[in-house]
Design a protein around this ligand. Structure first.
Ligand code: PMP
Length: 410
């Protein structure tokens, strides 16, 4: 019988059983609307508050009111950027100087296209900063890009395609220093946002240490449900809501609470907190499997490379590049073997364009097209990895032969 091997944990994770159990009563039993004044509604509100507390604790917030629930990280990222801009224009009027936003060239599309749209709308000037070949942005590059008009800097914590970890804490320090000077000069501060979607499972996300004003993440990447996310908003951040309507979420995001999903997200984060020491072991186990996969494939398949730094990378991410291979062909062949991987991010899989992340690393189009992302999770086993390695070897051999591009024999 063919087995299914899921190696796409960065695209999404299964809902943890404990998370699911915690969510269940909030569909048909405790279904009250948290905005209702009666005690049935307030019971649901209590569950939302508990989830908010868990998340505030995890991020080391100064108050749980700094946590805003959204429909996912896409909305959180839109809100962080558009919300800061909306407040800027509300305060200064539509004839205010066009503010400057800094992002990296390999941000997730929810940040990238939001910024591109804002430029088209002539509401912002955006700098898309280059990435080094190892998939990490230099803090010096960010420092140099800051202008008098810079209003917002948004740099992702971990890249979703290649797993490389960005120096968020250092960037936070640079911005804090710049803000001290600005304060003395009577200028408004620069706000700092990070998309931490791919960091939550593996890295320290203490917002005080990171020095961020805004941080986004999503439920479905951390063994929680889909369609729910968080935007951390530091107290005092000049931001306006982008979704108008009712007074929910401290008047910052209108719309009826998605109670079951919020409860699930809170429980997913609680699981991370409660298993933090065990989590280290789990992450080490994932990292060992990852390193085994990387070293075997690089050793046994010639003309194969790892995209992005090995050292500054989350434990779960592998992104290979194979000379003379079409990533899509490899992906489909793996799928036929029951192995579920990806060539880039799930959000852009409908596009035939090469990954903007891989191009940002300086790869040529054909190199970017020959890439494969395999991402591991807490259920991944050594047997699955061994099976996958063997299948990749066979398929690469076959595809190179078909295309008449046999490189070194193996
Ligand atoms: N940012 C990053 C880095 C992501 O990986 C994703 C999901 N692929 C998102 C944002 C969007 O998250 P969501 O699916 O919750 O909208």
């Amino acid at each position: 019988m063919q087995k299914n091997i899921y190696l796409d944990y960065v695209a999404t994770t299964p809902v943890d059983k404990k998370v699911f159990q915690k969510m269940k009563p909030y569909f048909s039993e405790k279904f009250g609307n948290p905005s209702s004044v009666h005690s049935f509604g307030q019971e649901a509100m209590q569950a939302v508050d508990d989830a908010r507390e868990n998340i505030a604790k995890f991020l080391s917030c100064s108050s749980s009111s700094e946590i805003l629930f959204t429909s996912g990280a896409t909305e959180s990222n839109n809100m962080a950027i558009r919300g800061v801009l909306r407040k800027y224009y509300t305060n200064l009027g539509k004839d205010a100087p066009i503010p400057h936003i800094i992002i990296s060239a390999f941000e997730h599309h929810s940040v990238l296209t939001t910024c591109e749209e804002l430029e088209k709308e002539k509401l912002a000037e955006v700098s898309y900063l280059p990435i080094e070949n190892n998939g990490i942005i230099k803090t010096e590059t960010i420092k140099k890009a800051i202008k008098k008009t810079t209003l917002l800097i948004s740099i992702m914590y971990v890249n979703n395609e290649i797993g490389t970890i960005q120096p968020i804490e250092e960037v936070g320090k640079i911005i804090a220093t710049e803000n001290v000077i600005r304060k003395e000069d009577g200028m408004s501060k620069i706000f700092f946002h990070t998309d931490a979607v791919q960091a939550i499972n593996y890295l320290d996300c203490d917002v005080q240490k990171l020095g961020v004003d805004l941080l986004s993440f999503s439920g479905h990447k951390i063994y929680g449900p889909k369609g729910v996310g968080v935007l951390y908003i530091k107290k005092g951040t000049a931001i306006k809501r982008i979704q108008d309507g009712g007074d929910q979420e401290y008047k910052m995001r209108a719309g009826t609470y998605n109670v079951p999903s919020i409860v699930g997200l809170g429980e997913a984060v609680k699981q991370i907190i409660e298993h933090s020491s065990e989590q280290n072991n789990r992450n080490n186990k994932i990292k060992d499997l990852r390193d085994y996969l990387i070293s075997k494939v690089l050793k046994e398949i010639p003309n194969t490379y790892l995209n992005g730094s090995l050292e500054k990378r989350t434990p779960n991410n592998v992104n290979f590049r194979f000379d003379n291979i079409e990533g899509e062909g490899l992906l489909l062949s793996l799928d036929m073997e029951g192995i579920y991987a990806s060539t880039g991010s799930a959000c852009s899989s409908g596009s035939l364009n090469p990954s903007h992340v891989l191009l940002a690393l300086g790869l040529k189009h054909e190199q970017a097209h020959g890439s494969l992302r395999l991402t591991l999770g807490k259920e991944t086993t050594r047997e699955e990895i061994d099976f996958t390695i063997e299948k990749i070897k066979t398929i690469v051999k076959r595809l190179r032969k078909i295309s008449g591009n046999v490189l070194d024999e193996f």
